[in-house]
Design a protein. Structure first.
Length: 228
């Protein structure tokens, strides 16, 4: 019987961090962060390595506390109005071999009290990638609709993100797939609960969602000419 990797302590720490988002508190609780949050998140990534190699071999799980799939908890406060020094969530980015950054098609796992989910697709792709996806939707509408409307996928995932207010250049406003073509993000998310993630079936559930997202991921990858 598999043992739970994540515990309630992870979410308890994140809740406390939200109420104490300052360097003094974090310094006092850094060992707790490492033992209750960072290390279990790295262990989760490690547990996903083998099943991902079978189900989605082009995705790379890197179980490292720094420079791997687990994203830094330190916020970049230089440009935004929010000057809180720490994120109050754990982000796990499992990227495509062909992608050097977070914008490539991949899988994202978000751990946050009251707002956990797994995401699949590409968030804020660069203009050439976005153009290629739109072109593929336009030229292969039947394939796109099969991927978009796949029953197992639609049962759990929904498309999110921003869209243009009007039709993108080169596409008519009355295009039958105009709402899809207007998307600036091609990412879908499936909600998860803290109970899902702290249970002993967390890995199998996450992998089930990865498999359900395969039609959409395959379409997006083929649109930009990378394998999936």
């Amino acid at each position: 019987m598999p043992q739970p990797i994540l515990s309630k302590r992870l979410f308890r720490f994140l809740r406390e961090l939200k109420d104490n988002n300052n360097r003094e508190w974090f310094a006092e609780n850094k060992l707790r962060y490492e033992s209750d949050v960072r290390d279990p998140a790295v262990e989760l990534v490690a547990a996903l390595e083998k099943p991902l190699a079978k189900a989605a071999p082009m995705l790379v799980a890197i179980p490292k506390g720094h420079g791997g799939s687990v994203m830094r908890i330190y916020r970049d406060t230089r440009f935004g109005k929010n000057k809180d020094p720490y994120k109050t969530n754990v982000g796990i980015s499992i990227r495509h071999q062909a992608g050097k950054d977070i914008h490539a098609p991949g899988i994202y796992i978000h751990l946050e009290p009251g707002d956990c989910f797994i995401g699949a697709g590409t968030w804020r792709p660069e203009s050439s990638t976005l153009s290629a996806i739109r072109s593929s939707i336009d030229s292969n509408p039947a394939a796109w609709k099969r991927a978009r409307d796949n029953k197992a996928f639609r049962e759990h995932f929904q498309w999110v993100g921003e869209s243009l207010k009007t039709a993108p250049r080169d596409y008519p406003k009355d295009h039958p797939l105009i709402e899809d073509l207007k998307r600036k993000d091609f990412i879908a998310i499936a909600p998860l609960t803290e109970k899902d993630l702290t249970g002993d079936a967390a890995i199998s559930l996450l992998m089930e969602r990865v498999r359900q997202a395969k039609p959409a991921m395959k379409f997006l990858c083929e649109a930009i000419d990378v394998p999936y």
